[in-house]
Design a protein around this ligand. Structure first.
Ligand code: PMP
Length: 432
């Protein structure tokens, strides 16, 4: 690991970040497990940053990729190929409303870049509205949509307004969706020309710390944005494909149908793949020029992506996220209560401030005192390291990096493994 780390530091850009004081050198993955160079096994509760939707190296997906690679790896869309249309057909069959046209790309950033372009062309307006605490990408365009200073380089951010994220735990208006929506309206009235190109939001802010938006918010925000001439974009890069359990898409948990949906990560179970799905009417704005992407919809990724959709259905992974997620939330809430009483006995220790999310899209936020909700920065880092030592990999996020994230679709149905995660957290927290 030391040699790889030294070479990486010398050869790769210094903006890369890594988890753990001593970064892990992972050499193999099998379903819910990862193995380091010494053969130590880790329970992967983060799935390569919310990407591995069907387990590491799922045989059906590996097989689809290998078979397609042997037959034909690449041509681009200048020729016809059956895999891209089969994949598009399967993907659009999962979409509600008139969301029937797909542009395939290679990443979430590219998907959001394209969505923003379409919103601007379709509406004839420039202003975009995005949420604070959002992550939508790091390219010159999407960096403007991202609402966390950690990822923002000082370049022109474009015509973008960041409105309050309706965070029920930390947000100024708590769970009051109408109050947050009013702020969207005021931004449009006072901050821009009164007209907007579009609005983009994740239903569950992943990088922002697994924050589920206040219930009812998207419906109100979408109405306001559409009245101002804008299109509504749902960023499903993290919350799509059944991860939330109750619904296949995150936006469905809020009872809305967006005009454009962007996706990546879980769509490919690790393949570089992204997609933008929209209505035929909105898609047609790009026909005035050519929108070309060399690798977008290539045969290998299309075959792999189709295999992912099939595995998700065949193995009923959405239902499985509901069951395992409910069990896990129940146990985490008990843990929250347990460590609450410890606060009374022992003066000022880190406690679980919030357990949130649905399905296997969960966040656990640590604070040092319940009244002020002071972020438990050092304690979160310590717990994170301890869990790793106990063989458990979780994610972390949020502005203060005090939310632990469990965002995998690969915890087994037996609950045994999720219990292992909670017991390990309990054990590790007792020593904080
Ligand atoms: N949107 C969301 C919600 C994301 O979490 C991410 C990646 N963290 C992106 C977009 C960008 O995806 P990519 O890294 O594939 O460009």
């Amino acid at each position: 690991a030391a040699e790889v780390f030294e070479k990486r530091k010398a050869l790769l850009g210094p903006s890369l970040f890594h988890y753990y004081q001593k970064p892990l050198n992972i050499v193999e993955g099998k379903m819910q497990y990862l193995y380091d160079e010494h053969g130590k096994r880790y329970l992967d509760c983060f799935g390569g940053i919310v990407t591995v939707s069907c387990g590491h190296c799922h045989p059906d997906i590996v097989n689809a990729v290998v078979e397609q690679t042997k037959l034909l790896q690449h041509t681009t869309t200048i020729y016809l190929h059956h895999a891209i249309v089969e994949f598009a057909e399967a993907l659009t069959s999962k979409m509600p409303g008139n969301l029937k046209v797909v542009y395939f790309v290679n990443s979430g950033t590219e998907a959001n870049e394209l969505a923003m372009l379409m919103a601007r062309l379709y509406s004839g307006n420039l202003s975009m509205v995005a949420l604070r605490n959002a992550y939508h990408g790091g390219s010159a365009g999407t960096i403007g949509l991202t609402g966390l200073q950690t990822w923002k380089y000082p370049i022109p951010q474009g015509e973008i307004h960041h409105v309050m994220n309706p965070d029920p735990y930390r947000g100024t208006f708590g769970s009051d969706a109408a109050a947050y929506a009013k702020e969207v309206e005021e931004h449009i009235t006072y901050g821009s020309s009164g007209r907007v190109a579009g609005f983009i939001a994740e239903t569950f802010q992943g990088v922002g710390g697994a924050v589920e938006l206040a219930s009812g918010y998207l419906k109100l925000a979408y109405d306001i944005v559409r009245k101002a001439g804008g299109v509504c974009i749902a960023d499903e890069v993290q919350s799509g494909f059944g991860r939330t359990g109750s619904h296949y898409w995150g936006f469905q948990t809020q009872g809305v149908i967006p005009d454009i949906v962007t996706m990546a990560k879980g769509i490919g179970n690790g393949l570089p793949l992204g997609a933008v799905v929209t209505t035929p009417e909105i898609a047609s704005v790009l026909s005035q020029k050519i929108q070309f992407n060399t690798f977008g919809g290539n045969p290998v990724c299309s075959a792999g992506g189709l295999a992912v959709l099939k595995v998700l259905d065949k193995e009923k992974r959405q239902a499985h996220c509901t069951d395992v997620g409910a069990h896990l939330v129940g146990r985490l809430k008990s843990l929250q209560e347990k460590h609450e009483s410890k606060l009374v006995l022992v003066f000022l220790v880190s406690v679980i401030g919030d357990v949130r999310g649905r399905g296997l899209m969960l966040g656990v936020e640590l604070i040092t005192d319940r009244k002020e909700k002071t972020p438990a920065k050092a304690e979160t880092t310590e717990l994170f390291e301890k869990l790793k030592d106990l063989g458990i990999l979780v994610g972390k996020g949020g502005l203060h990096v005090t939310a632990l994230r469990v965002q995998t679709m690969e915890l087994t149905k037996t609950f045994f493994i999720t219990d292992f995660l909670v017991d390990a957290m309990d054990y590790a927290m007792s020593g904080l």
